[in-house]
Write a protein that binds this ligand. Structure first.
Ligand code: NAD
Length: 371
């Protein structure tokens, strides 16, 4: 299995080094091949997604992505900005389903901005549609208004749209994900105001007929935003459009305490995917060795589970992360009084060490069973 490793900018190379270390000790038949992306690629090759990087991503079974972006590229023409690499990869790889789990590890309940009892044991999954909605709908632009409240005034406009196949394919993905979990799906819309989302709601309800074992409810996005901070554990899987998903997934992310802990996956129709931490390139802490590598390590675990059919290996990595947290190790973003502050590399080393001990424990358990 070939993995494209795209570290990117800022803390990207630091956090990726730790995820690679973890993958290398897993003893799986993986070939890891690295290529530049984002600002790093622009500086080397004049484009944030050079053809060789795109070709590697297309040929690989999965892509593990660090993060891109730096303020020093903010003045570049839009097509050369580092973030364009992500949009290009999503487009060329046909990635339409973004999975963002929000899991609150018991050891980190104090790091959440909500009361511990609201987030302890939280394990929800937000699925965001990535290709449609108001982000890509045409026409869009600026013009002089011919009607509305201020005819003759300068105005800007975008177009919100979703086609039936776009809604159907994300609905199938979401029902299947819910089926593998607690069998509860919440579809978030704004059907009371927007025609696009009345259509969304109708199509999701039709697809539900194929999944009678999954409970479906519909919720308006304003209520969903409120319920996520009021009673987040009431959700299991949430599916929604591109814009609502963009906002709600960040809201859900913060329930868990730190963005440094959150993995994500963007999948195509064959479950090939791009896996990346939910955070950006954090230029403010780049090069200091303090970034939290756990979101990237957990993204590698998601990659093993969703694209490479290696659920046991994914479980092992997730257990190793929990063991390291239980032992009290914390990078600066999740540090609290009474825990041990470590840097990026020490955190990665600790996960590797915990994997070694989980392997020992697993083989001991196996030999005991045999006995
Ligand atoms: P950011 O996520 O990079 O950083 C926000 C804050 O969180 C910062 O204080 C940062 O230090 C902290 N943080 C982020 N990741 C961390 C980690 N692993 N460990 C500890 N602390 C961490 O968001 P930003 O500052 O708004 O954006 C910085 C750059 O990243 C911008 O150029 C932006 O466009 C880009 N960005 C890229 C992606 C991506 O590559 N997918 C996503 C979001 C932002």
């Amino acid at each position: 299995m070939k993995i494209a490793i795209l570290p990117g900018d800022g803390i990207g190379s630091e956090i990726m080094a730790e995820a690679v270390k973890v993958l290398q000790v897993m003893e799986l038949p993986l070939t890891l091949e690295t290529a530049p992306v984002g600002g790093t690629a622009y500086e080397l090759h004049g484009h944030p997604l050079p053809p060789a990087t795109l070709a590697l991503a297309q040929a690989a079974d999965a892509v593990l992505f660090g993060a891109v972006g730096d303020w020093k590229f903010d003045k570049l023409e839009r097509q050369f900005r580092p973030e364009q690499a992500i949009l290009g990869l999503r487009k060329h790889l046909g990635l339409f389903a973004n999975f963002r789990p929000a899991i609150c590890y018991p050891q980190l309940t104090q790091a959440s901005s909500l009361k511990p009892e609201l987030v302890a044991g939280l394990d929800i999954l937000i699925i965001r549609e990535l290709t449609g909605d108001i982000y890509f709908g045409a026409p869009r632009g600026r013009r002089t208004a011919v009607d509305g409240h201020f005819p003759g005034a300068e105005e800007a406009f975008d177009t919100m749209r979703y086609s039936r196949p776009e809604i159907e394919r994300i609905a199938h993905v979401a029902f299947q994900a819910a089926r593998r979990r607690r069998k509860k799906l919440t579809s978030v819309d704004k059907a009371n105001v927007l025609e696009t989302f009345q259509f969304w709601k109708d199509v999701v309800s039709e697809v539900h007929a194929d999944y009678p074992d999954v409970a479906l409810d519909h919720m308006y996005v304003d209520n969903a935003a409120m319920q996520l901070v009021k009673a987040p554990k009431a959700f299991d899987v949430v599916v929604t459009g591109n814009m609502f998903g963009d906002i709600l997934s960040d809201e859900a992310a913060m329930l868990t305490g730190s963005i440094g802990m959150l993995p994500s996956a963007s999948l195509d129709k064959h479950n090939k995917g791009l896996y990346e931490p939910s955070h950006g390139s954090a230029p403010d802490i780049a090069g200091k060795g303090v970034a939290n590598p756990l979101a990237t390590i957990l993204s590698a675990a998601m990659m093993l589970r969703y694209s490479l059919n290696q659920a046991t290996a994914a479980d092992r990595i997730e257990s190793a992360v929990q063991a390291v947290l239980a032992a009290g190790l914390r990078t600066a973003d999740i540090w609290s009084e009474g825990t041990q502050r470590v840097g990026t590399r020490e955190m990665g080393d600790a996960v590797v060490a915990a994997l070694g001990s989980s392997k020992t424990a697993a083989s001991t358990a196996q030999s005991m069973t045999k006995t």
